[in-house]
Design a protein around this ligand. Structure first.
Ligand code: UD1
Length: 373
């Protein structure tokens, strides 16, 4: 009998993580892998474009849960995943393992549903902690790790956190960063896109901005301050800002559109596909962001990353990589940007095991775990 795995993806940052893992699992003999898309993200430019750019096969199952409050979205994913797992068991094709990645609501919801029907869960990107429980992702990370029996970590801090929380060493593996597998595979192709010429930009002569965290964009005062600082900076360095739908909605709701319309150097764009965005980030002078994934990609690219957060669950991006935590301080942002422009900003180094082979180590651990059981 083949071993049956289910791998779950729901939102934009999940897709770059599942792509190389799925490729590895599909290539392993005596393994049948079902790709489940929860539908947390459903817009073409937050979902389908990543399947196209990354060559991910179409999902075997699409759950179409869509948007909603945290409780509603989580509940909808749990119900739908439970149905999938229970139906499979009834057909006498039970799943041996469910794999979740990252820290979005779909990750936690799928992990809870699977654990309750006794399908063991593996969590890729386990152990990361911001120690800030006001972030929805921190709750998702803590809950998912607490019920997963295979914990696959991207950086040493993940291992340390899990051991401190009492997880047995045998369940915790440092496998490296699977998102960087995807980046390394696609970097050359991304650089050959015409994105820069289309936007009238030249390499090393612009910055890239992304902001979507509730703490930065849901409070009008905070969002206004951030946009003012960015507008100021754009007089020295043009900035391009692909805008997440959440942020776009807040800009409209708070009436900030006119303030931005008058500034040609801070350009708001629609969200971009993977290759176009990597084309932009890989040749940027600086990145200003609150995204966890982009902190990691900047470190792999050694592009200065000014992180608009008070904390990070990815400390290696600041301790070793090209990242600096700015918090929400306009003066610190200006100061660090001056340093980038003056050429005195630190040079980062790429962390151990961010080497393009994380998916192989993950697949080995996954297959090893079902063969033992
Ligand atoms: C989610 C993740 C976040 C991740 C981010 C990347 C959680 C708690 N948050 O945040 O960790 O960094 O994805 O993008 O899981 N919307 C659309 N189109 C879509 C999907 C959403 O317009 O395809 C809009 C809807 O108004 C929705 C809002 O975005 O209500 C928020 O979507 P949601 O999935 O709840 O969270 P994100 O902010 O995208």
């Amino acid at each position: 009998m083949p071993k049956r795995f289910a791998i779950v993806a729901g939102a934009r940052p999940n897709f770059m993580k599942i792509a190389p893992i799925l490729r590895q699992l599909d290539a392993r003999e005596s393994l049948v892998t079902t790709l489940i898309h929860t539908g947390q993200h459903y817009d073409r430019n937050l979902s389908d474009v990543f399947f196209d750019d990354l060559g991910i096969r179409r999902p075997d199952l699409s759950l179409n849960v869509g948007s909603g409050s945290h409780a509603r979205q989580t509940a909808d994913v749990m119900v739908a995943i439970e149905d999938v797992l229970v139906e499979a068991a009834k057909r006498n094709e039970p799943y041996d393992r469910l794999v979740v990645v990252g820290d979005v609501n779909s990750t936690m919801a799928a992990a809870i549903a699977a654990t309750k029907v006794h399908v063991p869960v593996a969590h890729v990107e386990a152990g990361l902690r911001s120690f800030d429980r006001s972030m929805p992702e921190e709750i998702n990370r803590m809950v998912t790790d607490s019920i997963s029996d295979l914990l696959l970590c991207s950086e040493p801090a993940g291992v340390e956190n899990l051991i401190r929380e009492g997880h047995p060493q045998s369940r915790v593996h440092l496998v490296g960063n699977v998102m960087i597998d995807t980046l390394l595979v696609h970097l050359e192709k991304a650089k050959s896109q015409n994105t820069l010429s289309r936007l009238g930009l030249s390499p090393q002569n612009y910055g890239v901005v992304t902001l979507h965290r509730p703490s930065n964009v849901d409070d009008p005062k905070m969002l206004h301050e951030l946009l003012e600082v960015l507008a100021g900076i754009s007089n020295q360095l043009p900035l391009v800002f692909p805008v997440h739908p959440r942020t776009r909605a807040r800009i409209t709701e708070f009436g900030f559109e006119s303030m931005l319309a008058s500034n040609a150097q801070l350009r708001l764009l629609d969200p971009m596909g993977y290759l176009e965005f990597l084309c932009l980030t890989s040749q940027a002078k600086v990145i200003v962001t609150d995204s966890g994934g982009l902190q990691e990609e900047s470190t792999a690219l050694d592009v200065p990353c000014l992180t608009m957060r008070e904390n990070t669950e990815r400390p290696v991006t600041c301790d070793e990589g090209s990242g600096t935590l700015i918090g929400q301080s306009a003066s610190k942002l200006r100061q660090q940007l001056e340093s980038v422009l003056a050429g005195t900003y630190k040079v980062g180094k790429c962390p151990t095991l961010w080497d393009g082979n994380a998916a192989v180590r993950i697949a080995d651990a996954l297959v090893g775990s079902v063969c033992k059981s």
